[in-house]
Ligand binder design. Sequence first.
Ligand code: PEP
Length: 252
Amino acid sequence: MRKQIAAANWKMNLSFQEASQLLDNILQSGITPAAHQLFLFAVPFPYLEMAKQKLNRIGYEAAAQNCHHKIKGAYTGEVSAIMLQSLGIRYCIVGHSERREYQREDNAMLAEKVNVCLNHSVIPVFCCGEPLAVREQGGEKDYVKQQLEESLFHLSEDEIRKIIIAYEPVWAIGTGKTATSAQAQDMHRCIRLLISERFGNHIASDIPILYGGSVKASNAAELFHCEDVDGGLVGGASLIADEFVEIMKALK
Ligand code: PEP
């Protein structure tokens, strides 16, 4: 079975003390991932080392929320994949819609980010997804196809098989408006087919595709039980221990 993943994206939230307490509360639930499951915690950069120490158990990993597309140099305030690698951080969100919107990250830049991550043993959690206006006009599949083509389809087979994809319709992120399980399954199936056409079914069937957009304890199980939905990337609900533990438990 391909990996089933519950990924927390804390964004720019929580003090160090609150973050530490949240991880303690989640770990106290004693939930142990099955061999095919993974629990990821994308925490703010200053908390990575603390999170890594606390999550030092099988199936739990600290992740970064972003990295720069260059590997080093005069980029004040930025963090590189090489730095993540040197901290032992093995996962990084790439192309979250908030970075696409507020930091103007485009598909070409995200292709560079994917490359620098893979070159330094950091697995990208690559985000894609359409804005509301695109969905209203029925253009969501073409939109996501272009995101995949321009940021991922240059990879080799050995590289693409390491990637995690997160489909996050922009209209569902932080809005409380979740895609229906039918909408999620339809897009996830489409993404898997696109990967299959480009790289072959043997690769497409192994790539985890997470759903993101107002996932919570009350809707996680229904979404995650869709055939092509392999877990979730979770913002708001990942800041509440009980909610996120229920989401972790809802994985296939
Ligand atoms: C996200 O930040 O990736 C996200 C999906 O946020 P939320 O769960 O709050 O919609």
